[in-house]
Ligand binder design. Sequence first.
Ligand SMILES: [Zn+2]
Length: 636
Amino acid sequence: MSRVSLYCVVYAGLMVSLAGCATPHRIASHPDLDSPSPALRFLHMDLTLRLSEADIAAGRLHGSVTHRFRPMPSAGDAPIERVTLDAVDLDIHRVIDADSGTALPYRYDGRKLRISLARPLAVDAAAAIRVDYSAHEHDDILTFVRPDDDHPDRPTVVYTMSEALKARYWAPCWDWPNVRWTSDISITVPRPYAGVSVGAPVGAPTEHADGTRTFRWRLTTPIDPHLLGIAIGEFDVIESSWRGVPIRAYIQPAAEREARWSFRRTRDILEYYTTLLRTEYPFRQFAHVMVQDHFHGGMEHAGFNMIAPSLLTTGPRGHVPDERAQYNYVAHMLAHAWFAGITSYANVREAWLNESFATYLHELWRTQTHGDEMLPHRLNRLARMIARFDNAGDSQGMIPRRLAAPDEIYRYDAGKIYWKGAWTLHMLRSELGDDLFWRCVAAYLAHFRGRAVTTEDLRASFEKTSGRDLRRFFDQWVRRGGTPRLSVALAWDDRRRVATIHVEQTQRVDAANPPFELPIELWFRSGGQWTRRSLRMTAAEQTFEAALHDEPDGFCVDPRATLLALVEVSKPLAMWRVQAEHGPTALARERALNHLRREKDTDAVDICRRAARESGLHFTARAAAVAALAELAPQD
Ligand SMILES: [Zn+2]
């Protein structure tokens, strides 16, 4: 596994993984990828964890987990006699009936813990079992960061990673995303360490005579195990609040400036998402927790998110004055409070259901700082990246049939479920319109609150709210692989006053890869005014006509970025110049300025100069103008 951010892909990370995916590799199927049907409904988890200084040095923790459960109504009338928990590479010390204290017989093969109940469990009864165990340091799952000779100042931090299907490496449980439970988690550690977990803290830590302290956390919103986690370290706490919800940042003191800068808009992001999604934040607190060397850069949990301090910056005067921590991590992981915390995928293969929304929301948050024109610019850029891997011969849709391991979903096709997922939601929004789209999202969250979902659930929910048939849309953009490539040529028939637009889908089209059905926006400029025509392409090659009063001097395709496609437009150079100067959107002008640069159109230098100085033009287009000037008139 290359060291790139998978759960919250950063731009640079994606480029690294793209490079590694130049030749698509075949992946074998993983035998245990789809969630089995649970016979039990897990109600509550009591988890007690203890670590001494010696344990931290040795990379181990001691745990005692109690699961309370009752039979699923769907499990039938036969009493339940055995319980099977996922538990990988743990030391199991004993298993007891938590109510009677009776020792229970069990079998453990290093992956599954099979427990025989003291008596058969009737369909209307509940029971609880307790497992005492130890877990051990495990790469990127149960991580122990400690100072060493080469890094004497490195803080000591212990943390977990439960996605995907990894909670089983540090706590025996039904480790599949199709169950949810509440929890009480206590963490006993030596001073000066603190323990953070899911939910909200319960009172002040309990001080013990032996120099240890116990931190208690209670989660009242049921979650599935991928959002379970703990972090242990020596933290300072920055406290604030939003709408009565405590907001905390557990930080290493040396990184306070970076934390204050990088987390400064947390409340604004929560407010923005709450308003946009018309749905309240689901947890009783929110916390950032700083953990060193996080393999993925960060990870969302129920009520707290981990983030690596190396991603944080101190703002314009900092050493890396960028904002990727705010957009790609803080905003992305916060979005998972809704799309993971409230409702989440039922099977790992459908992780696109979470990542598409989280990625789209963090891109939308970016527009809150950089303006609405930022979204088309970003989508245009992402479309080119997606097309690089999404036209490979065996490219599958966003629900891959074959995965080598659960984690593969996050690297699959270089992060397809993130970027193509976000694009797919954007196209759905373009099809439905803003108000209807966000009403569909709110209804989806309300209907599936506290439940695991499939792609069919999402489609059916959107269809119910919108009254539209979305089967073709979901088949084409979610289940099918590939990104359309369009070649568009414009001609003008002066006698008939008609513009003829020939469009050809140039990606592979055959019996197995039928043409896409595509809504295409064409924009014409005549008499100084832009007019829009919307077409629906259903064949591999089609010619459209548009009657116009005057011959257009400007023409562009999809200037608002509403269609995931790579588009090549054949039109006179003069039209590119008009588009660079008068294009209907900043993206249209940016594309034209880039075209003039590539064409080395030295006659366009004045256009580029004016665009570069145009204060009302979005900075992404002005940057394209400056880049064009640098090539066309380097003396400037
Ligand atoms: Zn994510």
